[in-house]
Ligand binder design. Structure first.
Ligand code: SF4
Ligand code: SF4
Length: 560
């Protein structure tokens, strides 16, 4: 393999790689603003200038191809002088409004000014003034004074979102970003420009001024908005989710996520209408009770039904662990045949970038952990039909608001003698329920989802529930780190009294004299891996932070 030497270190590179790419692959960071590994090279910020032996002038590392034997200096006096000069130039007209800038704490300009700047300015003329609060589109605010004209946002829109919506206008120090006349910056992926803007010029209208970066913790988890399963970081302050940002995974979402997923898959966790403790309906009156009392009542009522009088609706929004425990319970207690889950497919809302028509994160996982009709059993619509005829008298629904999808379903549910719902929020289905048991949201538990390409990925708790807090008391910081979040992010704020569905189901099984007795999500997963060949050889450590493609999908991919 050909080699170059960077700062005295010999490294291998692949033909066609630039100096910045070769260095990065070998853990050497060359400062850069405009270069991004997934975008074309524009070479306009000049901060990646390096000294290359036998070249007459400094060269930009982002557009200089590595060549065998090349000797590169990223810390030589000439390089540092050039870098300092670039920083001084970029800061000439910069407003230096870091104290009120959302990007502070994760801003490349701030970081490089600290690392590579002079620490003072020789510029005492009037700074150039530009527009500071321009709504480029429904989700993005632009600050012209902070923009360093790196063109990342323009290239992202053209090359990744495939919508030519942004451009530079004017020249020299008047240059600024604008949308094309009559256009709004409103493609389904606009918020990714906030992540890649190296300064605070582009901010999210949803997140602006809500939290300082250093006051939040981030947890590596998965977006539940569709079957893509984009890898995300969930940012939490005072036990409240403040924002989601994409987490790099070249096999799933590269560096990106869609705006819909980013904005619509966390607010329900913070919402006021969370199911907090159990609710039972007595003589038409709703009564708030403890989870244990709710489970006792549910067990007592369930005993009145058997065989095909009862049906079970699992959920493609719930984890493999929840669905597996649910299916085991239905089999163990009722030899249930009538078991299925609702599908949410919107063929009109899919693209070639990330967005999938299946609007659930785990339909494959639900089906393949046991949520499917037994022999002669009824599927989802069959179950609803039998409820209408009052042949099915009792129904257990886990983590799905099925009544909201169709008024006919809502009408059918009213005919049930017993409706038990495990739910995260109050909704149309919980309103009809006789017993509601509080399920933890995806942000409050461990578990796994399988995406549309058969990639199994882990979700982790970013928000603490009452139950989790009790179990975490006295736990060492190193064990707490295993939960993937910093404890200070949970120090204040509201806690919900809820449990993961697999745990509620396990408790119900115990009450009815059953065998399910899981203590942790990992226990459930280990049992799945032992009993289901699709998951053979897997555990939480193997799945890790980037997920693993299941064997049966690998074969499909190889055949194709
Ligand atoms: S708005 Fe940000 S990403 Fe776009 S050109 Fe300016 S600095 Fe670069
Ligand atoms: S594409 Fe799907 S998984 Fe990815 S962010 Fe959007 S909704 Fe979430």
């Amino acid at each position: 393999m050909p080699k170059i030497t960077v700062d005295g270190q010999e490294i291998e590179f692949k033909q066609g790689q630039t100096v910045i790419e070769a260095a990065r692959e070998n853990g050497i960071d060359i400062p850069h603003f405009c270069w991004h590994p997934s975008l074309s090279v524009s070479g306009n910020c000049r901060v990646c200038l390096v000294e290359i032996e036998k070249m007459p002038k400094l060269a930009i590392a982002c557009s200089t191809f590595a060549a065998d034997g090349m000797v590169v200096h990223t810390k030589s006096e000439k390089t540092l002088q050039a870098r300092n000069a670039v920083m001084e130039f970029l800061l000439i007209n910069h407003p230096l409004d870091c104290p009120i800038c959302d990007e502070a704490g994760e801003c490349k300009l701030q970081e490089y000014a600290f690392k590579h700047g002079y620490g003072e300015s020789r510029f005492d003329e009037m700074k150039n003034r530009k527009d500071k609060r321009v709504a480029l589109g429904p989700r993005i605010m632009f600050d012209g004074e902070r923009c360093i004209s790196c063109s990342r946002c323009i290239r992202f829109s053209d090359e990744i979102a495939k919508q030519n919506q942004l451009t530079f206008v004017q020249r020299g120090d008047r240059v600024t970003i604008k949308t094309f006349p009559g256009e709004e910056f409103d493609n389904p992926y606009t918020l990714n420009t906030v992540d890649i803007c190296p300064v605070g010029a582009l901010t999210s209208r949803d997140f602006r001024f809500k939290a300082r970066v250093w006051d939040m913790s981030s947890t590596k988890t998965i977006c539940p908005g569709c079957a893509r399963g984009c890898n995300i970081d969930m940012w939490v302050r005072n036990n409240e989710i403040m924002r989601l940002t994409p987490r790099e995974n070249p096999e799933v979402n590269d560096y990106w996520m869609c705006d819909w997923g980013r904005l619509n898959t966390f607010k329900f966790v913070n919402a006021e209408n969370r199911i907090d403790g159990a609710i039972i309906k007595e003589n038409g009156e709703l009564k708030n009770v403890s989870i244990e009392e709710g489970i006792n009542t549910a067990a007592k009522e369930l005993k009145k039904y058997k065989g095909n009088e009862i049906a079970f609706i699992g959920s493609a929004f719930a984890t493999c662990e929840d669905n597996y425990a649910f299916a085991q319970f239905a089999k163990e207690q009722f030899s249930a045949n009538n078991i299925d889950f609702a599908r949410y497919i919107n063929e009109d809302d899919q693209d070639d970038i990330l967005i999938r028509a299946d609007k659930t994160p785990n339909s494959w996982g639900a089906e393949n952990t046991g949520i499917k009709p037994g022999s002669n059993g009824l599927n989802f619509s069959g179950i609803i039909e039998e409820i209408k005829k009052q042949k099915i008298k009792a129904l257990v629904v886990m983590e799905d608001n099925i009544a909201a999808t169709d008024s006919e379903i809502e009408a059918a549910l009213k005919k049930l003698e017993l409706l038990i719902v495990l739910a995260v929020n109050e909704n149309e289905t919980t309103k009809l329920a006789h017993i509601v048991l509080p399920a933890s949201a995806y942000a409050e538990k461990n578990g796994t989802f399988v995406n549309f390409e058969g990639r199994i990925q882990r979700i982790r708790p970013a928000v603490v529930t009452e139950e989790m807090e009790r179990s975490l008391e006295g736990m060492s910081m190193s064990r707490l780190d295993k939960f993937g979040t910093k404890y200070d992010a949970w120090a204040n704020g509201k806690r919900v009294n809820a449990k993961p569905s697999w745990q509620i189901i396990s408790m119900l099984s115990q009450k009815l004299g059953g065998k399910l007795n899981y203590q942790m999500a990992e226990d459930v997963f280990d049992e799945i891996a032992k009993t289901n060949k699709e998951f053979k050889g897997l555990d939480y450590d193997v799945i890790g932070e980037q997920g693993v493609q299941l064997e049966s999908f690998k074969k499909v991919t190889e055949t194709v």
